[in-house]
Design a binder for this molecule. Structure first.
Ligand code: PMP
Length: 374
């Protein structure tokens, strides 16, 4: 046998990555301090020092989520991984789940629940759902959904309350324990400003009761909470068994991002996001643009949806802004495609200076992009 496929020429060129202002719905910009944390040396995923870093991450997540849950960890993967971790552990074949659809994330959750393996016993579905899924911050529509009272209602019917806070947590008040949330997850690349690839998640005692008394194994080995709980030192067992190779450098970055949030404090971060979002909304309205979410209280301060300006091709606008201003903003997603422009100002990106940059870029785009006369 011989090597018949030559080394690719493209790999001879040095890697180049542009600097960009990441004002779409994620990932957001990663500050130097977090990038540098991730550039620390690789050590073993089972080394004592790594376990200590993981323990710090756990405390940081407990603070960010406002929870005392022992079962708190970060999944190796993006927001989708945490979403599947929640659903695959909490739901068994034959059980029913209720999903609130206020954008694409409710739709995706419903799709994950209807995985063939989970649906095998569909005809026997009981009436009462075992899990209620809700996206707190729907990044596709820019909707912030209130959470108060829902946990209590779910518990009255012996149902777990599962909340997606990928686009909201850290930028909007959320109190996992006080609001009766049983499973909560997020991603590293939004308000936390860490690179994509780790996803904080937490399970209440009630959720653990259900998950650890399952009759069947979850359909994913990688996301099986029995294994993850041990790897993250959440199961009280004296030793940890190898499950998968944790992305240690991503853990360093995640730890640093949680440290930055703790330094600023949740309350200050919430206030900053709120003030910046109000400033942004006022600026958009004074330009004659319309906000997609009419009700002020229902607007997500981290991701703003703007009604796609009439007569323009939204793609031309986003392309122009990227090319001319080096700024990423995006169009709609799923049900909001073609209807909106989405601007995410999350974590360190949430500042009035950045709002001014986006407003200037939008003004320029509306002047230069083609506008149809009809
Ligand atoms: N839920 C919400 C609300 C999101 O905004 C996103 C990412 N846009 C996800 C889930 C999925 O996260 P990821 O892209 O990290 O898998």
């Amino acid at each position: 046998m011989s090597v018949s496929i030559p080394p690719p020429k493209c790999l001879k060129k040095p890697l180049t990555v542009p600097h960009r202002l990441m004002f779409g719905p994620g990932p957001s910009n990663v500050p130097a301090r977090i990038l540098q944390a991730g550039a620390n040396p690789v050590i073993g995923h089972m080394h004592e020092e790594t376990f200590e870093i993981m323990s710090d991450i756990k405390s940081g997540i407990q603070y960010m989520f406002q929870t005392r849950n022992i079962m708190t960890l970060a999944v190796s993967g993006t927001g989708h991984t945490a979403m599947e971790c929640a659903i695959f552990n909490a739901v068994e074949a034959g059980e029913s789940v209720l999903t609130a659809v206020n954008g694409i994330w409710g739709e995706r959750a419903a799709e994950m629940i209807t995985q063939p393996n989970l649906l095998r016993e569909l005809p026997k579905l009981p009436n009462c759902p075992v899990v209620f899924f809700l996206a707190h911050g729907e990044s596709s529509t820019g909707v912030l959904h209130p959470l108060d009272g829902i946990g209590e209602l779910c518990h009255k019917y012996d149902c777990l309350f599962l909340v997606d806070s990928v686009a909201s947590i850290g930028g909007v008040p959320l109190y996992m324990d006080e609001q009766g949330i049983d499973i909560l997850y997020t991603g590293s690349q939004k308000v936390l400003n860490a690179p994509p690839g780790t996803a904080p998640i937490s399970f209440s005692e009630r959720a653990c009761q259900k998950i650890f008394h399952r009759k069947t194994k979850p359909i994913s080995f990688f996301l099986d909470l029995n294994w993850l709980a041990n790897y993250w030192g959440c199961d009280g067992k004296p030793s940890r068994i190898y499950h998968h190779t944790g992305p240690v450098n991503a853990f360093y970055s995640l730890r640093e991002s949680l440290a930055i949030l703790a330094e600023e404090s949740l309350e200050n971060s919430w206030k900053r996001h709120e003030k910046v979002a109000e400033y942004f909304q006022a600026g958009l309205e004074s330009m004659g643009l319309k906000l997609f979410v009419k009700e002020r209280k229902a607007r997500l301060p981290t991701v703003t949806t703007i009604v796609a300006p009439h007569g323009y091709n939204w793609k031309e606008i986003t392309n122009y802004i990227m090319k001319t201003h080096n700024i990423e903003i995006s169009g709609g997603l799923g049900p909001s495609i073609g209807l909106v422009l989405r601007v995410g100002l999350m974590g360190c990106n949430s500042s009035k200076t950045n709002v001014d940059k986006v407003l200037a870029a939008l003004k320029d785009a509306l002047k230069h992009c083609h506008k149809s006369k009809v």
